[in-house]
Design a protein around this ligand. Structure first.
Ligand SMILES: NC(=O)c1ccc[n+]([C@@H]2O[C@H](COP(=O)([O-])OP(=O)(O)OC[C@H]3O[C@@H](n4cnc5c(N)ncnc54)[C@H](OP(=O)(O)O)[C@@H]3O)[C@@H](O)[C@H]2O)c1
Length: 248
């Protein structure tokens, strides 16, 4: 059976990726900051017949990423799901109610902005680099970047929902992540690695809030369908959970 590694595996979309991959019989390296207190993830691992292994990985602590890579050792990884990410403070979700408070002009918090970039872009780049040889050695050779339509420059204008402005730290971090994904798709093409850039939709998680349009299980089910059906032609393409292409 294939093997995956998922970041941000303790809750939200990451936990759902682990749950569904394990149910499909995959082996999963489930990474989160504090596995010792990740009760839901521990429960998934407990019923996995040893197929789900927990690891401590913090995207803000690059050495922790190297430690997990060393633990995985020479074992191939068919799928890397770069899922972990932060929205930034203040506020914890995308809803219109909080939008005006979030990273808007006149209220920029530059330390916060740097932290969002550090986690969403630099941390994700480090994970991708640390595991690239594990991926290259596998059968399926797939990296998923969990991005957001909010990072699409082509999609963003005032007529959209949510409208193009606000939430600048998060948006710019996902735009940068998209560039990283597109660049990695080019760099890793010769190794046969497919880099998928996926928008999960507005999902009911801690980040998405209760107003989200989709349940995590449905969004992840659709994203895993895209992974399973992916071909090299999908590498370097920005896709929504339903398979529609999003402009960069
Ligand atoms: N929900 C949506 O509507 C939506 C829409 C578009 C894109 N996304 C993207 O989907 C991904 C998952 O989001 P979600 O909705 O599941 O959000 P979530 O419920 O807030 O989960 C975020 C995950 O990222 C982890 N994380 C945060 N900082 C980390 C760090 N420094 N190191 C390692 N892990 C860290 C969190 O772990 P802790 O518990 O330790 O904080 C948590 O597991 C994110 O990349 C997000 O941008 C979500």
């Amino acid at each position: 059976m294939p093997t995956a590694l998922v970041t941000g595996a303790n809750r939200g979309l990451g936990l759902e990726f682990v749950r569904q991959l394990a149910a499909l019989g995959w082996h999963v390296h489930a990474c989160c900051r504090q596995p010792g207190v990740a009760a839901d993830l521990q429960q998934v691992a407990a019923v996995s017949d040893g197929r789900v292994a927990l690891h401590a990985l913090d995207l803000g602590d690059l050495a922790s990423i190297d430690r997990v890579a060393a633990t995985v050792g020479g074992r191939p990884l068919d799928l890397l799901v770069n899922n972990a990410g932060v929205l930034g403070n203040p506020g914890t979700h995308f809803s219109e109610r909080s939008r005006s408070m979030l990273q808007s002009v006149g209220r920029f918090d530059y330390d916060e902005w740097l932290e969002v970039l550090r986690i969403n872009v630099i941390g994700t780049a480090k994970v991708s680099e640390a595991f690239v040889n594990h991926i290259a050695a596998s059968e399926r050779k797939c990296i998923v970047m969990v991005s957001s339509v909010m990072g699409s420059i082509g999609w963003n204008d005032r007529s959209r929902f949510p409208p193009g402005g606000g939430i600048h730290a998060y948006r710019s971090s996902k735009a940068a992540l998209n560039m990283l994904a597109r660049g990695l798709a080019a760099d890793l093409h010769e190794k046969g690695i497919v880099v998928l850039t996926l928008n999960p939709g507005w999902v009911k998680t801690e980040m998405g809030g209760a107003d989200g349009m989709f349940e995590a299980k449905d969004s992840v089910h659709r994203m895993l369908g895209l992974v399973i059906r992916s071909t090299p032609a999908h590498s370097g393409v920005f896709q929504s959970h339903d398979g529609t292409e999003i402009p960069w």
